[in-house]
Design a protein around this ligand. Sequence first.
Ligand code: ZN
Length: 185
Amino acid sequence: MLPPQKIQHGWLSPVRKISSPHFDARPDSDDISLLVIHYISLPPEQFGGNFIDQFFLGNLAPNIHPYFAEIYQQRVSAHCLISRLGEVTQYVSFADRAWHAGLSCFQGREKCNDFAIGIELEGSNNQPFTAAQYRTLQQLTTLIMQNYPQITPERIVGHSDISPGRKIDPGQFFDWQRYLSGISA
Ligand SMILES: [Zn+2]
């Protein structure tokens, strides 16, 4: 599939779209002013499969893997996932509040989900991200910044930046310089 070309009513196109029930309204619909980068892999360290989709849909089967039994009742989501192949799936409209950051604080302001867009990279803290993921993330970030101009390069952070001590993603292998050098506002 082509990389996303536009955003309408908070949805990318073209894009693989799977609507998660894990979202609600933003308290201020005009405040979309932070981009948060995450990683996820299910099971941990394994790529491919549809387990991330199932997790964000609330359909993860607890008996498939011991880790799934720990997490399957969590009601979480992100706006987008970028697979190892650089393909984008969108789960929640950017206009709505996805549930990705949890307890978090950016520049003294808590509850970052209120005003953030969350992007998950399929990955872990032990394996480098792929060139296709960087390329897609850069294209997606540029598109998001064009549509939501309150998001500036200074307001692009990792989950570990807003939830220090609790979260480590996007982790040691995420190359911030490589990523940020390829975005254009
Ligand atoms: Zn995260």
